[in-house]
Unconditional design. Sequence first.
Length: 389
Amino acid sequence: MSVGLYTPTDVHFGKGAEDKVGEILKDYGVKKVLVHYGTGSVKRSGLLDKVEKDLQENGIEYVLLGGVVPNPRVSLVRKGIELAEKEGVDFILAVGGGSVLDSAKAIGYGVYGGGDVWDFYCGKRKVEGTVPVGSILTLSATGSEMSDSSVITNDETDPIFKRGVNTPFGRIKVALLNPELTYSVSKYQTASGAVDIMMHTLERYFLNGESLDFTDQLSFTLLKTVIKYLPVALEDPNNYEARANLMWAGTLSHNGLMAVGNANRGDWACHQIEHELSAEYDVAHGAGLAAIWGSWARYVMDTDPSRFSKLGEGVFGESDPIKTVEKFEEFFKSADMPVDIAGLGLEFDDEACRRAALGVTFQDTRTIGNFKVLTTEDIYEIYKMASGN
């Protein structure tokens, strides 16, 4: 299998990038926009008012739908589909972080495809098109602004499920990236976002098969960039250089560039294992990844210790596999990120480990992972390691 790179997104990066939104959408021939956003920050900052004014000045009609929360809910997606269909929108503009972008993508799939939008996320149907989606990004984390991915939580079931869709139709049309819009992001969310950025690269780095050394070196540079600039952003939230480097690293980490030339797209087991935590306990995705990664790494390390050695040498100048994992954990701790499940504030007993492992494998009907294929029992052991059981 070869890994290609499909990046059709029109990217505008830098100060004031969001000022172009009305002009750009007018050039695209957009008539009516669904503006999708979160729970208030874009209102408090004045960004939403600014977007509305710019759309009005360019003669573009719009309707608003707020309320997106972290780990975005399918119930709000359904409301968005209903509103978009009722109002006859021909474009969806996500104003916010990755959760807003993922929710907007899901609305686009649902309006285009009809039927139950959850069918796309549980694998009953394939996405065959979308209403065009654009973004004004306010958080550096998920890379959804250039990725083919969307992850949605089904809050209408018991237990709650979190599922993702990867499709070329998930590549949004235009991304407006102004690092200044991330100045107000809290330290915790900044750090959690940075971990997510790193994990998108690490998931691609760990693969079963050949890798391209040039792509490996790009991966190391991206990881070192986050390691360099996250402490600066935490110390000085309004540091443009730090925020800009984190934002661009987040975009490139998940647009496919970090897998080009490799045998496949990588491992992605940590994301699957973490999704059970953020679905059931609503923890921040990046923090959940930090809590899981070290245990996953130690569990799978014997599969190919040299891959860990190359990573450690490239990022830290440290070739010992175990010390490489410890270096990453030390960095997470320095940013007040957890390195185990207790650090998430969760009491995870043996029963919780077993239940989560079965959730990951859809009740023991699938395996996950590529670097090392993991069964339900393997995942159970990783949860036990991460929870100290």
